[in-house]
Structure formats: C-alpha cells, structure tokens
Design a protein around this ligand. Structure first.
Ligand SMILES: Nc1ncnc2c1ncn2[C@@H]1O[C@H](COP(=O)(O)OP(=O)(O)O)[C@@H](O)[C@H]1O
Ligand SMILES: [Mg+2]
Length: 317
C-alpha cells in the first residue's frame, strides 16, 4: 500500500487541528478510522474488531486503540485478558493479540481487569495522548479507534487530537438509536471529520429452523437513516449467538467468517483513493425537517411559554 506523508495528509483534509497529538518517531500509521455510536451496547467494540480483522485478511497491518477508557473491552474480545503492557524507554509497546492485531487499552494498564477506571476528564485525555503519542505503533496500515459511546469529553478529544481519516457509525434497529445516529453524524460533521458510512448491528436473527430473518429489535432503519444523513449504508450484521460466545471466549477475530463486514472493509480499503466525505450539516437538517414534517412531528410551543436555546458559558469547542 502506498504511504502518504503527513504534509500530503494535511492537504487531503485530515485532522490538522492545533490540538492534534504528536506522533512519535517509532509510529508510522497510514490511516486512522474511528468507530463510533451514540450509545453503548450496540456493538461498537464488536465492529471495531470485525473491521480490524477484515482489513488484516485483506493483507493490511492493523492495530486497535481502545479509546473507551472507562469501559475497555478490546483485550477481552481478543484474548488478551490478564496481559500487562511493556515499555521500551519512554514508549509503551502495544500488546499483540494471538490474531496479530496490536492493541492499546486502559485494561492493559490496570492491576486487575475488574478494577474500575475512576479518572476525571483531563486524566482520560492524558491516557488517550499516551495511547497515541507515547506508544510505539510501528508501521501500521490502519489504526482503528474504538471510541467511547456518546458525544462526551473523550470522544471530543479523539476528534480533535487524533488524525482521523473518518468514522464508521454503528447503529441498531431501534428508533431511539436513529436519533442517536444523526447526532453521531452531526458530531463528525461539526468536527470536520468524514463519515465512511453506517453499519447496522444486531439487525436481524436468522431462524435456526427455516433460515428466515427475524427482526428482533424491529425493522431495519439503515437505508432511511443513511439517506437522511447523506452518508453510505455499509453493512447489516445479524445477531449471531456463536459470535457472542466467541466474544466471551476472547476469540472473536478467529471466529469471524471470511468476508464479514464486506461493505465497511471495502470502503476502508478505498480510503487512499476516495477520502471519506464530511457530511453537509445544512442539507442534513433540511432532510430531517422534511422527514419530521412528513410524519406530522411539528414542534409547538404551549401558550405562555417560549423556546429557549441552550447557552453554555463557554463554546464547547
Ligand atoms: N452481531 C452480533 N452477534 C452476536 N453478539 C454480538 C453482536 N454484536 C455484539 N454482540 C455482543 O454484544 C456484546 C456487546 O457489544 P460491544 O461491541 O461490546 O458493544 P459496545 O462496544 O457498543 O458497548 C459483545 O460482547 C457481544 O457479546
Ligand atoms: Mg465497547
């Protein structure tokens, strides 16, 4: 795979934020892809591993930076439980999972895996900096960032400080999640980061008796949400009990079938030639308003009351 320099990266629209964390001399990461979701439990870590494993099967060298610092699960999914990090001089060495994927995670820093991470915002941001600037990632074609759920402090730091080429948004077929998906797309757009597309996880269950697709969480919203947000629909993943079991046994990467997550892996492999587009916020809001109108969801203000916008003391970013 052709390697592009950081200067070329800057002109290609990558994160050139002044708050960007510095890369060290022993890391040479070509592409950084964030995996995000508005809420926990929809399979963000699952999709991070599936994307990493798919890229690896396509011949790429891959690492996962577990940025869900208070809820780390990558070492658990990849059979690295109980491992501790090593360092070389000032730099951490990522752990290497049996499948060959390099991993940095707060879980590997804890004395016991069931110790809670009780760190405040600045310490969390400091950990993230260590995982990027003070980690010897070596040459990597792709670094996948398993982002914390939601739009909080650490997610903001990831967007501002890591040189992300774009994000993959993970959803599930529940209505509340659709709203959360639009928030996640808008957050990327506000931070001027591209969106590769949406993956709908837990999309259906294949009936063991007749092979029919059962919509366990309701009908798929993937196509509608992707159209409303103006981003690509990448993949639908079924609920697979055998894969849930593989997660608990720490062998998810090995249990995934070939050609799993095909749309997302193909999109990531195209990044070099086709950068992820930053969604157009105004066009997105217009489509969402038209959709709400078509459903009759018109906002009304009761007599005697007035609408009030949120007015934080400081600009959030
Ligand atoms: N498509 C799937 N099929 C089966 N189990 C899944 C699937 N996606 C997620 N899971 C299960 O759900 C658990 C939670 O997913 P996870 O990726 O950790 O969620 P998140 O990172 O969004 O909080 C996983 O450990 C796994 O057991
Ligand atoms: Mg997770």
């Amino acid at each position: 795979m052709a390697c592009e320099s950081r200067d070329e990266a800057a002109t290609a629209g990558k994160n050139t934020n002044p708050q960007a964390f510095e890369e060290n001399a022993l890391s040479e990461v070509r592409h950084v892809i964030g995996v995000v979701s508005g809420k926990g439990g929809v399979g963000k870590s699952f999709v991070s591993v599936a994307l990493a494993a798919g890229l690896q099967k396509a011949g790429a060298t891959v690492g996962i930076l577990d940025a869900d610092i208070t809820g780390p699960s990558i070492p658990y999914l990849l059979g690295l439980r109980g491992q501790r990090l090593m360092s070389l001089g000032d730099l951490y060495l990522p752990s290497i999972a049996p499948c060959g994927i390099k991993v940095m995670s707060s879980n590997l820093l804890l004395g016991r895996e069931d110790d809670p991470v009780l760190w405040r915002g600045p310490v969390l941001a400091g950990a993230l900096r260590q995982f990027w600037s003070q980690t010897s990632w070596g040459p990597l074609d792709y670094l996948i960032i398993d982002m914390p759920p939601g739009t909080g402090d650490v997610a903001l730091t990831c967007y501002q400080s890591l040189p992300m080429d774009g994000v993959v948004i993970v959803s599930s077929p529940q209505d509340i999640v659709s709203m959360i998906v639009t928030k996640a797309v808008k957050m990327a757009a506000r931070m001027d980061i591209g969106v590769l597309g949406i993956v709908e996880n837990l999309s259906y269950l294949v009936s063991p008796t007749d092979g029919a697709e059962i919509d366990l969480f309701g009908p798929s919203h993937l196509k509608r949400d992707a159209e409303l947000c103006g981003v690509d629909a990448l993949d639908r993943l079924p609920i697979e009990p055998a894969l849930a079991e593989a997660c608990d046994q720490g062998r998810l990467a090995d249990a995934l079938p070939d050609d799993y997550l095909p749309g997302t892996v193909a999109r990531a492999l195209m990044l070099e030639a086709v950068p992820a587009p930053v969604p157009d916020l105004a066009a997105m809001d217009a489509r969402l308003d038209a959709y709400r109108d078509s459903l009759g969801l018109v906002d009304g203000v009761p007599e005697g009351m007035e609408e009030r916008d949120a007015t934080p003391d400081e600009e959030p970013f």
